[in-house]
Design a protein around this ligand. Structure first.
Ligand SMILES: NC(=O)c1ccc[n+]([C@@H]2O[C@H](COP(=O)([O-])OP(=O)(O)OC[C@H]3O[C@@H](n4cnc5c(N)ncnc54)[C@H](O)[C@@H]3O)[C@@H](O)[C@H]2O)c1
Ligand SMILES: O=P(O)(O)OC[C@H](O)CO
Length: 328
């Protein structure tokens, strides 16, 4: 299959960074944004100053408000926007082509993973999931980054990984789309919790304990969903959980810090917080855990705090007084 040209749909931080990564890999790239004026501004400045300031875009990138035909399509809009986005695209331009899903979240209402949304909307597309520890600013600046790229056909996934790999961007091919998607969605929920630990000044020991118990909870969720817990030993699991749960640079972590300091979801959003996917995913993950019969006290805790149903002190007291049990 020809893998020369790439359309990245979504002109935010991540879409811009992935466009840059694809250009570094030698691909010809169209960065598809919603407004013609935005495309003109990006092309004129050779930079997407609103979404990813200070990054000069490579010459192989052209911004456009039209979705043109490409060998590889990368979707990089927020998880809650994927269905709307797909409903407005010409499905014939996606049929039989690799469509790389890069949003990290579960859909409100349907509880769907990103690739389930794609299967609903464009069943003829070939789904791939890209996830792992990767801040947009790092990727765009050419700092070393490694991610997981999961797809159903091993040879085709390796070929796609090769087409997107560059000197500073290293995709590892994998086959567990479910595990990778659940890991990417849940790490944002746990990053809210870890940020709250920092915001409430509960200490580095509490944060490390939280990360370890989050990993165990994530493994229960992935297994119940039909994925492999082994996937979590990789970049999309341990890698991204570590990055997002320990970095003030993470938007989910920042949102959690504000919650931990006593802010309400409404106030934090009103103060202009950046996209924090865990906020929408927490209640979906809690519903998913309930539907699967999976014990998920950490997801439930984040859900309760985000919904304003419990304060941090009450949540911590509740978690610390759960019946003692064996670790494994
Ligand atoms: N920023 C990162 O470091 C990073 C890294 C890995 C993954 N991600 C994931 O990428 C996804 C997008 O994040 P982001 O950082 O780019 O967010 P962002 O807020 O910077 O940008 C989101 C973009 O999506 C566009 N958009 C929203 N709804 C749309 C629609 N219906 N149609 C077309 N465009 C639409 C917005 O105009 C905006 O340009 C999230 O799921 C996030 O978890 C982000
Ligand atoms: O800034 P965040 O919290 O959305 O995290 C960005 C990436 O997902 C990190 O891998």
């Amino acid at each position: 299959m020809r893998l020369e040209t790439v359309s990245v749909i979504g002109g935010g931080a991540w879409g811009t960074a992935l466009a840059q990564a694809a250009a570094m890999a030698g691909r010809g790239v169209t960065l598809v944004v919603r407004q013609a004026g935005t495309a003109e501004a990006i092309n004129a400045a050779r930079s997407n100053e609103t979404a990813l300031p200070g990054q000069t875009l490579l010459p192989a990138i052209t911004a456009s408000s039209d979705f043109a035909e490409a060998d590889i399509v990368i979707l990089a809009v927020p998880a809650q926007a994927t269905r709307t986005l797909l409903s407005g695209l010409d499905a014939t331009l996606l049929a039989g082509r690799p469509v790389v899903l890069s949003a990290k979240g579960l859909e409100t209402g349907t509880l769907a993973r990103q690739s389930e949304i794609l299967a609903d909307m464009v069943p003829e597309a070939l789904p791939y999931v890209l996830s792992g520890p990767s801040f947009a600013a790092d990727v765009a600046a050419g700092r070393p980054t490694a991610v997981t790229l999961a797809g159903d056909d091993a040879d085709a996934t390796s070929a796609l990984a090769t087409a997107l790999a560059g000197p500073s961007f290293r995709p590892y091919a994998a086959d567990d789309r479910i595990g990778v998607e659940i890991a990417g969605a849940l790490k944002n929920v746990y990053a809210l919790a870890c940020g709250a630990v920092e915001g409430a000044d509960l200490g580095a020991s509490a944060r490390a304990a939280l990360i370890a118990r989050a990993y165990a909870e994530m493994a229960r969720m992935v297994t119940a969903m039909g994925g492999s817990a082994h996937t979590l030993t990789g970049l999309a699991g341990l890698g991204d959980l570590t990055l997002t749960c320990t970095s003030v640079q993470s938007r989910n972590y920042q949102f959690g810090m504000a919650l931990g300091a006593g802010g309400s979801r409404q106030d934090i959003l009103a103060s202009g917080a950046k996209l924090a996917e865990g906020v929408a995913t927490a209640p979906v993950a809690a519903a998913l855990a309930r539907s699967l019969g999976v014990e998920a006290p950490l997801i439930d805790a984040v859900d309760a705090v985000v919904a304003g149903q419990a304060d941090i002190a009450t949540i911590v007291a509740g978690l610390m007084s759960r019946p003692l049990k064996r670790e494994h």
